[in-house]
Design a protein around this ligand. Structure first.
Ligand SMILES: C[S@@+](CC[C@H](N)C(=O)[O-])C[C@H]1O[C@@H](n2cnc3c(N)ncnc32)[C@H](O)[C@@H]1O
Length: 198
């Protein structure tokens, strides 16, 4: 069985277009078979973006890790008027994300990376709706690896479902970071984390 996080280049392409509005901004996302949430913007991702924007926090260097077709990075880049870096392992998602960066006219760059493998710098904000079905080990690499790549006073923001271990993940991260559950909705928690060690 193909999962959205594998490279399903042989999967038939059926591009679809998803419209999304936030405040005064209108976005169009190209999506396709073989990528996460191919038919609609994911509720949890949208909840993460809206919660982050409500916080009114200001960050300069931003990374969206596991960007898929680019929903989180593209909306943040447009609304915050910031450059955003984006990475994913799924080649089709990266291709779509490039199309979406262009179509939504945002200042963003996307490239292929196995989690942080090709990341060479640190960030003020790392934001993610991490893959869950890949297992706890990879999930924790997304999160702990993110903490390790934050500048001083940087923050990791992510969304996770209560049923998918939000409590235990938070407990694990609290060993090295200051974690806050910023908001909860429909079983999803938006969590922010800051390094205790830097
Ligand atoms: C839950 S989806 C979120 C996608 C997108 N950010 C969104 O909000 O619609 C998680 C993403 O992580 C990507 N992913 C899975 N394993 C990965 C890995 N090892 N390195 C980088 N990205 C990965 C998947 O391809 C998928 O696009």
């Amino acid at each position: 069985m193909e999962h959205y996080f594998t490279n399903a280049e042989n999967l038939k392409s059926e591009i679809r277009r998803i419209n999304y509005s936030l405040d005064a901004y209108n976005f169009t996302f190209n999506s396709d078979n073989g990528v996460f949430s191919k038919n609609r913007i994911d509720y949890a991702s949208s909840f993460l973006v809206k919660t982050f924007l409500t916080s009114k926090k200001e960050f300069t260097d931003i990374l969206d890790v596991g960007c898929g077709y680019g929903f989180i990075g593209i909306t943040l880049s447009k609304i915050l008027k910031r450059h955003v870096d984006m990475v994913d392992i799924n080649k089709r998602a990266i291709h779509l994300c490039k199309m979406n960066i262009e179509e939504n006219e945002v200042d963003a760059t996307v490239w292929e990376s196995n989690i942080y493998e090709s990341i060479t710098k640190k960030y003020d904000l790392i934001i993610t709706n991490p893959p869950i079905r890949v297992g706890k080990e990879i999930l924790m690499e997304f999160l702990k690896g993110g903490l390790a790549r934050l500048n001083k006073d940087g923050e990791l923001w992510f969304v996770i479902s209560k049923d998918q271990g939000a409590k235990s993940v938070k407990k694990e991260l609290e060993k090295t970071s200051e974690c806050e559950v910023v908001a909860k909705s429909k079983g999803f928690w938006v969590i922010s984390a800051k390094n205790l060690l830097t």
